[in-house]
Design a protein around this ligand. Structure first.
Ligand SMILES: *Cc1c(COP(=O)(O)O)cnc(C)c1O
Length: 474
């Protein structure tokens, strides 16, 4: 399988190329040259597979030239063996026809682990084969940082530096980064906000001699390898609900959305032949995607903080992948839209494009008040605690299901549950009176010793730190 850039000006890459490249050299995002697809018979044959077996089956067409089937199976099995639930991504019924699929049973309690853990293993596998060493550098506002640290800490061939804004992450999020043992991971508090952290990371990547000398690598959500590892849980959820049983059952997914990586993986699953009825883009008050779905204009606005911080975004980078598909893979049109967004803060697409999008996508928004209501409701009615990100999805789903003419009527609805309630205990406790306990493997988190590194908001200081803490590469 080869990958091409959405902007049409970067060289084709194989899987290993896109694994390390992140963003393409022309500023675009890599997408498969064509979608691999499964017949309905092949999908039917996936029923009853364990999550790791299913993940191998679904990911194999993307990774086939990078790794043998045996090695893939070994890495995928290792990736999910420490997940707290034996099903890996269990479904739970809320009411008849409405389910959650829990994606938060990984080491850091958010769905980022579903992809970053296997991608960390692939990094290590690639470096063992080629004998190199790389430096992972990323900025985080919370969930990505701990997940990346967890994914990379066991590889002797990687040194990982994560920048987070001092005092702006939740206590659980910070502790998950600062209490990790191991000499090759460094969580650094920057005296600034998330945008400052991200600007430093971008600056380091732009310093080409620095980037080359240290083999800098990004792990942000535009990396294709992360998307590939998120497709299997759509197959798992839909198969659990019987889409391949021949009963004509229909399934839709509701996806709490920020950067559009998660819901794009659902679109990929559909392109690969999985019968998905609708994909619901659920946003919080930072509703750029919901407004776009209503108007056809993508217009940037300032970000406001909400109860669901991992969805607080100004633009959704992965949307470019979808747009590339619905403009007929025309890089010139795509580039014009992206340039307009960068320069004027907006772009508008025609009715033909919106028509194609609406075949698959619908959208909804839930603000903090409705998020709180959903957390309370789910606890009152079903005695279950859900986190605020999941609650955005549940609020949007329940709203749509009230309307008999809604695009969701006639299908079973699976709300992706993207974080464990214990990751956001304050809001959950406020709405339910219950303090969500941390799972066993993190029960002593608040008692673990922290390693705190703190640096000023300054690229030079961060580069100096990286120099002093990376093994001599000769
Ligand atoms: C990252 C994240 C999201 C948003 O996912 P995208 O792929 O960025 O759309 C939603 N919920 C949680 C808990 C997250 O960590």
């Amino acid at each position: 399988m080869n990958y091409i850039s959405t902007r049409g000006d970067a060289s084709r890459q194989n899987y290993e190329g896109v694994l390390w490249a992140g963003l393409a050299d022309d500023g675009g995002l890599y997408v498969p040259e064509s979608w691999p697809s499964f017949s309905m018979d092949e999908i039917r044959a996936m029923r009853g597979l364990s999550y790791p077996e299913l993940a191998c089956r679904v990911m194999e067409p993307f990774l086939g030239d990078f790794i043998s089937a045996d090695d893939l199976s070994r890495l995928v099995t290792l990736s999910y063996q420490n997940f707290a639930d034996p099903a890996v991504t269990p479904l739970r019924e809320l009411s008849s026809g409405l389910y959650t699929e829990e994606l938060f049973h990984g080491p850091t309690l958010a769905f980022k682990d579903m992809a970053l853990v296997p991608v960390g293993k692939q990094f290590d596998y690639s470096l063992r084969r080629s004998g190199g060493h790389k430096v992972v550098l990323a900025a985080t506002s919370g969930d990505t940082g701990s997940s990346a640290i967890e994914a990379c800490r066991l590889s002797p061939n990687l040194t990982t530096f994560i920048l987070y804004p001092l005092g702006r992450t939740s206590a659980v999020q910070r502790l998950q980064m600062t209490t990790v043992k191991g000499g090759n991971v460094y969580a650094i508090a920057i005296k600034g906000d998330f945008d400052d952290c991200q600007a430093i990371v971008k600056g380091a990547f732009r310093d080409l001699s620095f980037k080359r000398h240290y083999n800098l690598t990004a792990v942000n959500s535009i990396n294709w390898a992360r998307i590939a590892a998120q497709i299997p849980y759509y197959f798992y959820g839909a198969l659990q609900r019987g889409v391949a049983d021949g009963s004509g059952k229909k399934v839709s997914f509701v996806v709490p959305t920020g950067n559009f990586g998660d819901v794009f993986a659902g679109y990929a699953a559909k392109q690969m032949g999985l019968p998905i009825e609708k994909l619901v883009i659920a946003t919080n008050t930072n509703n750029i995607l919901h407004r776009f779905m209503q108007t056809g204009t993508m217009m940037m606005e300032a970000v406001v903080p909400t109860h669901s911080p991992s969805m607080d975004i100004a633009v959704s980078s992965n949307f470019e992948r979808l747009l590339f598909g619905v403009v007929g893979r025309d890089s010139k049109t795509l580039r014009t839209h992206m340039e307009n967004l960068a320069q004027q803060g907006q772009f508008t697409v025609g009715d033909d494009v919106m028509g194609k999008l609406r075949e698959t996508f619908v959208s909804g928004e839930a603000d903090d008040w409705r998020t709180e209501k959903a957390i309370s409701f789910v606890y009152q009615k079903y005695r279950r605690l859900i986190d605020p990100h999941t609650a955005v999805g549940v609020a949007v789903a329940r709203d749509m299901l009230k309307n008999p003419q809604s695009p969701l009527s006639g299908s079973e609805v699976i709300c992706l549950s993207t974080a464990h309630p214990a990751k956001f205990p304050e809001v959950v406790e406020k709405c339910t009176g219950q303090h969500p306990p941390l799972p066993d493997h993190l029960a002593d988190l608040f008692d673990r010793p922290e390693r705190i590194y703190m640096l000023p908001n300054d690229l030079g200081a961060v580069q100096k730190f990286i120099r002093e803490h990376t093994p001599d590469l000769g």
